[in-house]
Design a binder for this molecule. Sequence first.
Ligand code: BEZ
Length: 357
Amino acid sequence: MTELQEVQITEEKPLLPGQTPEMAKTHSVETPYGSVTFTVYGTPKPKRPAILTYHDVGLNYKSCFQPLFQSGDMQEIIQNFVRVHVDAPGMEEGAPVYPVGYQYPSLDQLADTIPCILQYLNFSSIIGVGVGAGAYILSRYALNHQDTVEGLVLINIDPNAKGWMDWAAHKLTGLTSSIPEMILAHLFSQEELSGNSELIQKYRNIISHAPNLENIELYWNSYNNRRDLNFERGGDITLKCPVMLVVGDQAPHEDAVVECNSKLDPTQTSFLKMADSGGQPQLTQPGKLTEAFKYFLQGMGYMASSCMTRLSRSRTASLTSAASIDGSRSRARTLSQSSESGTLPSGPPGHTMEVSC
Ligand code: BEZ
């Protein structure tokens, strides 16, 4: 678990008035499952968890999260948190292709690399934001290290292992589709793919011309071989922290996320189904997702209303009876548990919020 290399990069990103440029620092750590690269933005804030992201198959941290973290409204959130964006092994920019026969880690093993990252950075707690395979990895990590996870935003999570029917369908599809097309069908809805918008063209191009396509296939295989997370409502295997489940309506994983919602603790879980957002709400609706994220953080006692813009402050005031202030975390958590006013706009936590755009 020792450091390999450190690369200092200055990111180009549009700055808001009064903002100073933030440094992005890319690190690699050796883990029992190979080297893992991650990029840290911002500086650690005392008594605050880091936001740690984990991307889906076919993407890396930038192609998965840049539109969300660079969206205008997100800036007032992220200035309060250090961010750690993990690239799954072999997905980082410029990653060499693994040799044939390389034993790529399972999703459970990838979850086991997260403590190495946190230990290296000397961070003790996180709010995880994961998409697809990344959402699974962060959930597995949270099941094993619940004391270090303050909250989870899980986009397109499928907590179930593939059943034999899924495998048969997967094998059949594999006879007629290339790996990039199968991954695109995992990321986007059929409607989006046939619409062939600029976004789809961009991601089709990124994935089908990826110089590390062999590595991507290994991550894809690990995703398809995932074990069941075995969530059980009221049982021992459950997420104990506040969770925001997110899925686009008509997204490929809508049913899986709905089922996941039914298995988690309703007092800790909010379910955000986003209309017209396709398979990747963080790419297509970063503004809406940012707003929900803000309410989620507020329910956890972060994001005082006083540090919000006037627009979001007035919206929040009308939606929560007690705006949380920094340091009042237990009160805010109680509020969210008591289902009184809710952390999210149109209903108490543990309920569904549908956002139409
Ligand atoms: C961030 O500020 O956290 C960020 C910037 C660029 C890409 C991804 C994340």
